[in-house]
Design a protein around this ligand. Structure first.
Ligand SMILES: [Fe+2]
Ligand SMILES: [Fe+2]
Length: 225
């Protein structure tokens, strides 16, 4: 008797590996843009760049909190709860740093952007994991590395330390959580197609909005979430 085809764990892991490669390819232009800015030397206003971090951290915290009650799978629900809390912690760290640098955080009003509008529109668990944990957190980690190099160039070692010790380890953990949850839930060809398209779409929107913001700020080295 011929064995019945089973879409098993091995294929799911191969899928996540393939999706990682796709993500890395689409992320490369964003990383390269930051490197070009770094080569050009310090530009932009440090407190203005940290305000972008403030906006991103609060937006992603709200997004994860929004998704928590409407995500039925317990482990994914808890991943979003943890992300919401971690990002709130990042907001506080950046806010404290901005206060030291003389910015009045009470006057801060987070703006919205097309990337978060797209993210809020996602209704299925696989889309949310693919976008909110797996991709958004990889973008954050990559662009934060460029931002840290930019801060080091300006001699702002304290901001570098905050990112190195607190924020980056969390962003990496969120991304790894996304990998594990995708391997668990994107288990059919159809779900994997949805995941692939979601990763590509988010990176496309993020690439466009970051390029526009870079033109406005005078540098591509601004942080993510
Ligand atoms: Fe994060
Ligand atoms: Fe964050």
């Amino acid at each position: 008797m011929r064995p019945r085809f089973v879409y098993g764990a091995g294929m799911t892991i191969a899928f996540v590996t393939e999706l990682e490669a796709q993500k890395a390819t689409l992320l490369a232009p964003m990383i390269a843009a930051g490197r070009v800015s770094l080569a050009e030397g310090p530009a932009g206003d440090a407190t203005q760049l940290l305000q972008i971090a403030l906006a991103n951290e609060i937006n992603v915290s709200e997004l994860a909190a929004l998704w928590m009650p409407s995500t039925p799978e317990l482990d994914v629900k808890l991943a979003f709860a943890r992300q919401a809390g971690d990002e709130a912690g990042h907001f506080q760290l950046v806010a404290d740093r901005l206060t030291v640098l003389g910015f009045d955080v009470a006057s801060f009003r987070p703006g919205d952007n097309p990337m978060f509008q797209y993210l809020r529109s996602l209704s299925t668990t696989v889309e949310r994991i693919a976008a909110g944990l797996f991709t958004l957190e990889s973008i954050a980690y990559a662009v934060n590395e460029n931002f840290m190099a930019f801060c080091a160039q300006r001699g702002d070692d304290e901001t570098v330390r905050i990112y190195r010790e607190y924020i980056q380890p969390d962003e990496q953990a969120h991304q790894q959580l996304g990998q594990r949850l995708l391997a668990k839930y994107a288990t059919t060809p159809e779900l994997q197609r949805v995941a692939r398209e979601t990763v590509a779409r988010l990176l496309e929107i993020a690439g466009t909005s970051r390029a526009q913001a870079a033109a406005r700020m005078g540098t591509a080295c601004f942080p993510g979430c």
